[in-house]
Write a protein that binds this ligand. Structure first.
Ligand code: CA
Length: 225
């Protein structure tokens, strides 16, 4: 999942970026409104965390431009504790949720997960295919109820596949969801993650097929293996 953090306080932005990266999200940061506007035009995101008080363009302007372009990306705004008007205006402009500063990092993460989930899966936190279940809130996967040990990156790749189960996913799409603009992981890294996932999914009825020249396809094997 790819997240854009728009925050002019570098300490706060770095802390947020660090904690969201740790759970497997690809995170980009914008330090002012114009930069955010530019990034939102050039790249699709699964969540935007948006400060309101920003240099150049404020958060309201960034948000209203985003919605005017027809984007449905979930937006979580960061507002001052007493600023009720700010929150109302933000929600009216199309923000999906808000959190007041100073906030607890764990609470922000939970809200971020909930918004991403709503954007991708509807309200449910769990996605199931065959005997594989992915708990997007708890960030874990189980095979027939047994925990499946996955690294944050493997889980992120699996999540991308689960969202498009039965459809071909190309490497470009995986890279885009997995990496921010500063990272450069190659096709080879994707192949390694897929290789590891395949091994771990061997006991399941789920297979990751390689579609030559196109990408990968996650599917349930209905015939006896
Ligand atoms: Ca600010």
């Amino acid at each position: 999942m790819r997240v854009l953090i728009v925050e002019d306080d570098p300490t706060l932005a770095d802390g947020l970026s660090h904690s969201l990266t740790k759970v497997g999200y690809a995170v980009d940061c914008a330090r002012h409104g114009e930069e955010a506007d530019h990034m939102l035009i050039g790249q699709s995101y699964d969540l935007v965390i948006l400060d309101i008080g920003l240099p150049k363009l404020n958060g309201f302007e960034v948000l209203s431009r985003l919605r005017r372009r027809g984007s449905l990306v979930p937006v979580l705004i960061l507002t001052a504790r007493d600023a009720v008007q700010e929150r109302v205006k933000g929600l009216d402009l199309g923000a999906d949720d808000y959190i007041t500063k100073p906030f607890d990092l764990a609470e922000l993460e939970a809200r971020a997960r909930a918004l991403i989930r709503r954007g991708q899966y509807g309200a449910s936190a769990q996605v199931t295919l065959g005997n594989l279940t992915l708990d997007t809130a708890g960030r874990r996967a189980t095979l027939s109820g047994q925990p499946l040990e996955l690294s944050a990156r493997e889980l992120a790749v699996l999540e991308i596949f689960m969202l498009r189960a039965g459809k071909v996913v190309n490497k470009e799409h995986i890279l885009e969801r997995l990496c921010n603009w500063d990272e450069d992981i190659g096709d080879n890294a994707i192949e390694v993650y897929v290789h590891r996932l395949r091994k771990k999914l061997e006991p399941s009825d789920i297979r990751i097929r390689t579609i030559r020249g196109l990408g990968y396809l996650l599917e349930q094997v209905t015939e006896p293996i």
